[in-house]
Write a new protein. Sequence first.
Length: 589
Amino acid sequence: GSVIGQDNGVPLIDQQSGQPVMDPNTGQPVWREPPGMKQQRAYAIGAHMSYQLLDEQTEWEPETDKLLHVLPIMGTAFRKSYFDSSKGRNASLYVSAVDLVVNYNARSLERAPRITEEIMFYPNEIAEKERAGIFREHEYGATPNADGDVDAPIEFLEQHRWLDLDDDGVKEPYIVTVHKDSSFVVRITARYETDGILFNATKGIIQKIEPIHYYTLFQFLPSFDLKGSIYGTGFGRLLLPINESINTSLNMLIDAGHLANTQGGFIGKGLSMSAGSLRFQPGEYKTVNVTGSAVRDNIVQMQFPGPSPVLFSLLQMLIEAGKEIAAVKDVLTGEAQQANTPATTVLAMIEQGLKVFSSIYKRIHRSLKEEFSKLRRLNAVYLDEEASYRDGEDWKSIKRDDYAKGAGVEPFSDPTMVTDQQRLGRASFLMQFANDPMMNGLEIRKYMLESAGIDNIPRYINPQPPPNPAIIAKAADLELEHKRADAEVAYKRAQSLQAMATAINQFAQADKAVGDTHVSWIETSLKAIQMQMDQALAAPADQPPMQAAPVGRAPTAVKVPEGVSGAQANLPTNPAAYMAAARNGNLPT
């Protein structure tokens, strides 16, 4: 079962206010249908219908087996799904394309005006239907070509068609069952329900009646004619000319080999021999009458060259052509591959070999979906109010109301995974990434086991080992060490920021205390120092320059080594630097 649409639940609505009813204790809405209910219903419907098909409907599995064997040959098969009132359950029967008559130009079964099925009933089955009120009573007499067998089956025609039995000008869908030999109508039943009638209120007339469809079409390959008939094409039609050519070639090769082995020829009249075959014993000689020549001259052997190599090559070519048409590959027939063949290569070979088969299975999947929808409708109409079914080892129950409320829930089959080889090929491809740190290795291994069909997977997976205490302690020590280093760096950074902030604050306080007077005094002092430096730099080398005295003191003489200028004596030449050195007493001596 699958859920289509939202599954957020349906809250309970207050009739007066039109608002959702809230639980006073929890403050949460009261649900008329809680969230996730559609998913639960979908699972129950899927499990119940699987139980019906595989356990209750004992004919479904063998009938499906028959259908899938006939379908590739005929190209067309039908399945009839209906409620069997005599058994009280659904029924699904295979119907051969030979027994179901539909107009060849019909585009679909749903649009066909008439569908006629040839049905055989045994006399005992007819009597049961008459006693149940399903068939009208009738004296059928002896069955033709039965050779006096009173239990021979009797042939009926069940026609799904449109009839205007109430003379209102509108044809309604009915099922009419007729005895073929006598044309006696044994049953007429409606093929629609009241909810399938579309009424046009504006015109006051019935606009349309939606019929109930019983038959599901299975196609192997679509029809190759231009109009697109509902009758498909099978391998029986595609391979028939090739098979006939293969049979002819094979017969010719066998005949040529037989003639080459048996030999034959002519015997001259001059050779007198007893008629019939000759038997020889070791050392025995036969007497023959030969007139004037050797025996060999009177016997002419026909030349039979044996099987033709050209004909044998043609046979091989025809067989290969048949394989290509049937899309049969060695990897699909079970032939072992080399051990070192990569999984991706095998998967690609399988995909290539399944090109035609996958498209065929798509059509089968489409037909299965239609059949399951018919069976689901039958459950919504005819199922008991509460029915039991087995899900694994448990017995559960489902209600007819679950199918009635099952809007957005439908049975399905999976067309994407048609072989175990495909699934294993994908799992083998994923196993390359099992140890990739960016992939979930455990889930990849689980998928590999699931693809191999292994049951009870948890028993094969070791529980995750507990963490090593030593590793945990070492990791904690490293984390603590990192935290300490980070704290020390942060502390030093805070100290640096604090010292910088203190210095800035002190500069700001000093500038504020000095004020404009200090600035004027600095400018005057700078000019005086600039003049003194110019005189010192311009003086001869043997004359000691004047040392600028600290602020508030007279400059003193500075002894400079002989041959050294003031600049070479590291005297500050920048006025501001000279003033700062003089203030601090750092001028060179």
